[in-house]
Design a protein around this ligand. Structure first.
Ligand code: UD1
Ligand code: CA
Length: 472
């Protein structure tokens, strides 16, 4: 064959996964907070697959919404088996002429790019019509078994339910991942018959059919058997989570990250953590999160799509789509909502919420404060209980606070509003207009004293309490 071979992938994701008892398509259930389907599509992309098509069926709308048009999809209206799922994708397979197609199950998240690439090399080298990715696993129940001849040649894949007692002893299983010569696959799809225990069209029967046509079928056994594991029920899903959790924490340990204990620690696969950083219990790190070196994260943090610099301490913090620079201290009990940037050396204390705001270098927001839609300069001090009043019920407005400003306790800042650099707001002020640099704004009621006002009231209350005391 001449010319570049095109690598494309078909991911089978039409099944309901009845045993999961969910309204979601099974492939959208997560392992380490990442949908199983995304594990699979990421592995394909990392292995240089140029075109991906997903077979949808149960919960197709939800799957479409999740994919957001990123990949081609094909509908399998009835779920009649993995072979039937592939039949629905004939057009995708035929597009682009002579090439190889990778077929994968959306419910086996650990099939990695390394396995995809190595099995492809074997597929090409042996000029196979199909190369099945297999593994020897300790507990093969539920998987299709690999039947081989006495010489070790691949003969057939037989589903668990169709196996004899002796065949069930075989520990080499089908991963559900295969490289097919696309034309060869198209040549046998129509010959699949639902003549088996489950009355389904099995994709696995293609192996026997191709061999019967005199074509070559081979197997690539994975180096790490865990990469083939799939989840068919909630116990299986938890087992995948536990396995992946251990592997990922192990990787961070090797990189010099410190874990005092790993209780409640869940780290998504893409998260990066610098050396010398300590992760305490109850820390969930999700999505595209990067933590720098020598930080202390935890206990009890949820950090999602957020970057954190070096030497930063996050204690009981929730942070989403935000950036925290180096030498920052945040917590306890702080939420950073999307669009927040906390600059170098800043301090955010207890019960503070920051949203879509920039907190300048060395600025302190120490307690009980809401900062929303606000651009704060450096060296600013917020007293306790400051509120940016950023929403009038219809629209949101920004607040600007210059460098070195001092915001007194319980100040309300009615946005849009600007506090000049170095300006002070008096405690309890509700600031409604621009404050020039270096000024003091006092915007609150003046003190009024009514001498002796409480005496009469106090007498009545004293009598009431005296009576209560007698009665008890
Ligand atoms: C399948 C393989 C089995 C292999 C195992 C690996 C077949 C017949 N069996 O079994 O040999 O060891 O995977 O995990 O292929 N799907 C559809 N449409 C359907 C049926 C399934 O899109 O009509 C999708 C599912 O969403 C799932 C994948 O295909 O992502 C595999 O289906 P599943 O029913 O889980 O197959 P297994 O019984 O696990
Ligand atoms: Ca499965």
């Amino acid at each position: 064959m001449t010319g570049e071979r095109i690598k494309k992938a078909l991911i089978l994701a039409g099944g309901q996964g009845k045993r999961m008892k969910t309204d979601l398509p099974k492939v959208l259930l997560c392992v380490l907070e990442k949908p199983m389907l995304t594990w699979v599509t990421d592995a394909c992309e990392a292995a240089g697959v140029v075109e991906i098509c997903v077979v949808k069926g149960f919960g197709a709308d939800k799957l479409e919404t999740f994919l957001g048009g990123k990949f081609r999809t094909v509908m399998q209206a009835e779920r009649l088996g993995t072979g039937h799922a592939v039949m629905q994708a004939r057009e995708f397979l035929a597009d682009g002429g002579e090439s190889d197609t990778l077929i994968l199950c959306g419910d086996a998240p650990f099939l990695d790019s390394d396995t995809i690439e190595k099995s492809y090399a074997v597929h090409i080298e042996n000029r196979n019509a199909v190369t099945v990715v297999t593994a020897e696993i300790a507990n093969p129940a539920g998987y299709g078994r690999i039947l081989r001849s006495e010489d070790g040649d691949l003969l057939e894949i037989r589903e668990d339910k169709d196996c004899t007692a002796a065949q069930k002893q075989i520990c080499e299983v089908n991963s559900g991942c295969y490289w097919f010569n696309t034309q060869a696959l198209l040549g046998v799809l129509d010959a699949l018959k639902p003549a088996n225990a489950q009355g389904e069209y099995y994709l696995t029967d293609c192996v026997g059919l191709l061999l019967a046509q005199g074509k070559r079928a081979g197997a690539y056994q994975t180096e790490n058997p865990d990469v083939v594991l799939g989840a068919n029920d909630r116990r299986g899903l938890l087992a995948l989570n536990n396995l992946a959790r251990e592997v990922i924490i192990g990787r961070h340990l090797d990189n010099g990250v410190e874990f005092v204990c790993t209780s409640g620690v869940v780290i998504s696969p893409e998260v990066q953590i610098g050396r010398g950083t300590k992760i305490l219990s109850g820390v969930v790190l999700r999505g595209n999160t990067q933590i720098g070196e020598n930080c202390v994260i935890g206990p009890n943090c949820v950090i999602e799509n957020t970057t954190v610099g070096d030497f930063t301490v996050l204690n009981n913090v929730q942070a989403y789509d935000s950036a925290v620079e180096s030498h920052v201290k945040i917590g306890p009990f702080v939420q950073l909502r999307p669009g927040s940037v906390v600059k170098k050396g800043a301090k955010i204390g207890d019960f503070v919420e920051i949203k879509n705001s920039i907190i300048g270098e060395r600025t302190a927001v120490a307690h009980l404060t809401y900062v929303g839609d606000c651009d704060v300069g450096k060296n600013v001090n917020f007293g306790c209980g400051v509120v940016t009043v950023n929403y009038d019920g219809e629209n949101k407005f920004r607040t600007q606070i210059g460098d070195n400003a001092f915001i007194g306790c319980n100040t309300n800042l009615i946005a849009p509003v600007e506090i000049g650099s170095g300006a002070y707001t008096a405690a309890g002020s509700t600031v409604s207009g621009k404050v020039p640099a270096n000024a003091l704004v006092i915007e609150r009621g003046r003190q009024t004293i009514k001498e002796g006002y409480a005496e009469k009231k106090l007498k009545a209350r004293t009598e009431k309490f005296a009576k209560l005391e007698e009665e008890q």
